[in-house]
Design a protein around this ligand. Structure first.
Ligand code: ADP
Ligand code: ASP
Ligand code: MG
Length: 414
């Protein structure tokens, strides 16, 4: 069998854990399997790298005597150069640990594997993987340890796939190598009905469909990178999410699951949301098209959208974007103010959060949304915006109520 095993940052946070992971991988190897390991950076390394660039920028303020907004931000290309160090450290240490245990292992980074991506730094998409090098190493009976999260673009520059992107590396490798198994090891023993850190009553799911998992991941369930689920669905890679710290069964993510008779699979919450309202837009055809086209050109994802009814020749459009994109989004809109987009003002609120319910069961059962709204009403929480699809309902609320809302909604359904 060819097995791809991915371990997140907490699973390789220190030397003890590195050896724990090494031993788990060696067990599969000694059972005659080909083993490919994908690693994230150790512990909080990625956060620490970002914090250090913040430190550099604070120094830049002192050196230039300028305010932060007046100094150019670190180029995303250079951020990727720096971010990619984290994964390079963990794979090299893992190879050393395995060698210390007497098992031949080799670490490879994205350049060595030729993990091709687009050139959108910090949010690159994988476009293809050359598998020969990996097969060559496996043929020599080595465990192959590969950097998650990073890639290389057509210019040979290092890119990264966005926070949490190592899951996507693992699934892409599993697809490219036609692996028999893709296991995602993390600090929880599976996918739960809500983030167990936010909602202690959440319980583990045995199985979940790709579509539901994709919605959960996109709506804030950080246990899997959403693009990893997209890729898994596209290439039919069955995923198992499980803990690196115990041997519990975990959750299987696949196309079809046994119906458990529940209305919803889970509740997801996301505080990385901001609401932008463009007020007093011209009430004419093409205005929404232009607004969202400009944002799409800058790779800014928009989620909930509400347009008011036109009055006196104007209308308002409100929408949500990830909070870390809000400044960029506002700048993009402002840059078109006097040309293609005429409006009165822009209003921004970053103190908002999204709470969503996800489940295929709601397609055939009326009243699911009402039940969610009732839970929020009972908890005294006001809804700012609502968005629905066939298998999800999302509400935007004040961020301070995130935990209360998640628990109230979860307890209503489970
Ligand atoms: P890793 O570093 O292993 O990739 P992450 O921190 O990215 O780990 O993902 C694991 C975390 O995801 C858990 O600790 C948990 O708090 C969070 N999480 C959010 N939603 C869920 C969910 N529905 N089920 C399980 N974990 C969740
Ligand atoms: N180390 C990266 C991050 O923290 C990638 C990952 O962990 O998946 O976002
Ligand atoms: Mg992760």
């Amino acid at each position: 069998m060819l097995i791809v095993k991915k371990f997140g940052g907490s699973s390789v946070a220190n030397y003890t854990r590195i050896f724990n992971v090494a031993k788990r991988c060696i067990e599969d190897y000694k059972n005659g399997n080909d083993v490919v390991v994908v690693l994230s950076a150790m512990g909080d390394t990625t956060d620490d790298i970002i914090a250090k660039t913040e430190g550099l920028m604070a120094e830049a303020e002192k050196v230039t005597g300028k305010k932060r907004g007046e100094i150019p931000k670190p180029p995303k290309r250079e951020m990727d150069m720096y971010l990619s160090i984290g994964e390079q450290e963990s794979v090299a240490l893992m190879a050393m640990a395995m060698n210390a245990l007497g098992v031949p292992a080799v670490s490879l980074n994205a350049l060595q594997v030729r993990m091709h991506t687009t050139s959108v730094h910090q949010d690159a998409r994988l476009t293809g993987i050359d598998a020969e090098r990996i097969h060559g190493e496996l043929d020599q009976r080595k465990i192959v340890i590969i950097t998650g999260f990073q890639g290389v673009d057509k210019n040979g520059d290092v890119t990264t796939l966005g926070r949490g992107g190592s899951d996507t590396t693992a699934v892409a490798l599993a697809a490219a190598l036609n692996a028999d198994k893709c296991e995602i090891f993390t600090d929880v023993d599976g996918v739960y009905t809500a983030d167990p850190r936010v909602c202690p009553k959440a319980h583990k799911l045995d199985e979940i469909t790709y579509d539901e998992m994709l919605e959960m991941a996109s709506l804030g369930a950080g246990v899997l990178h959403n693009r990893s689920v997209e890729l898994a669905k596209k290439y039919g890679v069955t995923l198992v999410v499980r803990s690196s710290l115990d041997f519990n069964e975990g959750t299987i993510v696949k196309e079809i699951v046994k119906m458990e008779g529940t209305l919803i699979s889970g509740v997801a919450s996301d505080k990385n949301a901001a609401r932008i309202s463009v007020v007093g837009l011209e009430d004419q055809p093409g205005v929404a098209f232009k607004l969202f086209q400009h944002l799409a050109n800058h790779h800014i994802n928009v989620d909930i959208i509400i347009q008011s009814i036109g009055r006196d020749g104007t209308k308002d459009i409100s929408f949500t974007v990830p909070e870390d994109k809000v400044d960029e989004a506002v700048k993009v809109i402002e840059s078109h103010h006097t040309t293609s987009l005429k409006y009165k003002s822009i209003d921004v609120n970053t103190d908002v959060a999204k709470v969503s319910i996800v489940g295929a069961g709601m397609m055939t059962n009326p009243g699911v949304a009402a039940k969610m709204f009732e839970a929020l009403y009972d908890a005294g929480i006001n809804i700012n915006m609502i968005c629905t699809s066939e298998i999800r309902v999302t509400v935007l609320i004040d961020e301070k109520y995130l935990q209360k809302a998640t628990q109230a909604v979860h307890d209503k359904f489970f």
